[in-house]
Structures are given as C-alpha cells and as structure tokens.
Design a protein around this ligand. Structure first.
Ligand SMILES: Nc1ncnc2c1ncn2[C@@H]1O[C@H](COP(=O)(O)OP(=O)(O)OP(=O)(O)O)[C@@H](O)[C@H]1O
Ligand SMILES: [Mg+2]
Length: 231
C-alpha cells in the first residue's frame, strides 16, 4: 500500500525518519517539556525548515523576547532578522488576551498576515499561558477547539509548545488539548548528568516508534540520535 498522506519535513534532524516522512500536512502538534528542554529551538527549527522550502512561517509568543531569541538562534546559523525582512518569517509578541481576541474575531491580524503572505507553518510558544485564561476544563477545551478550527481554515501545519509541570513523567492527563500529535521532551538527570530525551506519544495516521531517543542540541540545532534513553 502506498502512503498517500501529504507530509512536510520537520527540519529536526532524525525526526522525519521516525514519522514516515514528517508531520502530516495541516496537523497540529504539541511539544511538551520542562524549562530548557528545547521546545523553542524545536519550534524555530521547524519554521526555518519551512522558510528554506519556500513556506513562510509565523511565530506567536507570549514569553520570548525577539532580540534575545534572534541572538540565541543565530548560534545555529538561523538569521531570523533577515527572514523577517524578507517577509518569510512573522514574529508576533502577543498577550494571551490578544490571542483570545483573535478567537473572538475569528481571525484578526493573524489571519490577514497568513492569507496575504501565504504562511504555511505556525508556532505558538507557548500555549500554557493561553490555557490559564480559561477557568475550567470545558471552556479551555472549547477555546482550543476554536483555535484549532482557525489553524485548519488557515491551511497551516502547527507546532504548539507546552510547559510541562514535571519533567520526569509526562502524561497526556495534563494536556487539555485535542491535537494530532504529541511529542515529549525530557531533560533528565541520570547519574549526575542531564540527558535529553525525545518521545513521540502520539501522531495520528503515522506509524512511529514507541522508543524514547536521546537527542542533542548541536550547532545545527536539535538532532535526534538512534540511542535509546535508558532510565
Ligand atoms: N547554541 C547552543 N548549543 C547547544 N545547546 C544550546 C544552545 N543554545 C541553547 N542550548 C540549550 O538549550 C536550552 C534552551 O532551549 P529552549 O530555549 O529551546 O528551551 P525551552 O524548552 O523553550 O525552555 P523554556 O521553557 O524556558 O522556554 C538551553 O538551556 C541550553 O541547554
Ligand atoms: Mg522556550
């Protein structure tokens, strides 16, 4: 049987080989991890890959400061300021309330950019503060469904990052979002040394390994190795 699912390259070294060729086109993927686990690097690497392939990207953040982020990402050879000038990358520093308004308006400024600039990849870094706007699980779920409907209408493939509570045992229980894919980033102390681990918890329509792999952050960005994380 041939695999007819349209996929887009993630840009994460080693990942596409684990996912039958990349993320499903138009899928919404959650990246969960603790502080410093690599969520922002993964998300930017995904956008840079798109830019190199002629797919503009939008990065919406509540937390990251543009100048600092651009400076840090330059260490991987990613010239985000240049991409921004060339209209290939759109950086939006939004408050969670502003994103909430986008939902109320059914698109707003984000939609204008996405449609005019033919944006294909979208990142929200992180979705955790947005979720805090909603008091109970039901309204949170409704709001996230509203957001996902918009992302679908925009024809974008998305990565949402989420700050995990604890880094040792990540489960779906704490994730109130109905997404297509969930990736977990571990940052564990093993025998006195922090080790980074990457796990695909779910990816709809994709045969993926159930293994947690060690990953490194090198000068090319996030690189998943074939070493199994043993803890
Ligand atoms: N150029 C680099 N080379 C190697 N490792 C790096 C480099 N830059 C950052 N790192 C590692 O990546 C970590 C930061 O990753 P990142 O910002 O993606 O984490 P995060 O999960 O987004 O964290 P937060 O929850 O605080 O936003 C740093 O703490 C450091 O360990
Ligand atoms: Mg971050």
């Amino acid at each position: 049987m041939t695999n007819k699912i349209d996929r887009i390259y993630s840009g994460i070294i080693g990942l596409d080989a684990l996912t039958q060729g990349g993320f499903k086109k138009k899928s919404i993927n959650l990246v969960v991890g603790g502080a410093g686990s690599g969520k922002t690097i993964l998300a930017i690497q995904f956008l840079v890959e798109g830019i190199k392939r002629g797919e503009p990207g939008i990065y919406i953040t509540f937390e990251e400061k543009k100048e600092k982020l651009y400076e840090d990402m330059a260490l991987f050879g990613w010239d985000l300021a240049k991409y921004e000038k060339e209209n290939k990358l759109f950086f939006l520093e939004y408050t969670p309330e502003q994103v909430k308004n986008v939902l109320v308006e059914g698109g707003g400024e984000i939609e204008t950019i996405i449609e005019n600039k033919k944006v294909k990849r979208l990142v929200i870094d992180s979705i955790s503060s947005f979720a805090l706007l909603y008091e109970d699980e039901l309204t949170k779920k409704e709001a996230s469904l509203e957001l996902f409907k918009l992302i679908d209408k925009w024809n974008c493939t998305a990565i949402l990052t989420s700050q995990a509570q604890g880094t040792d045992d990540l489960t779906t229980a704490e994730l109130g979002f109905e997404v297509d894919g969930i990736m977990l980033l571990y940052y564990l102390k093993l025998l006195g040394k922090r080790t980074r681990g990457f796990e695909i918890l779910k990816m709809r329509g994709t045969k993926h390994p159930l293994t947690t792999y060690v990953f490194d952050i090198t000068k090319k960005g996030m690189t998943i190795t074939n070493k199994i994380l043993k803890k």
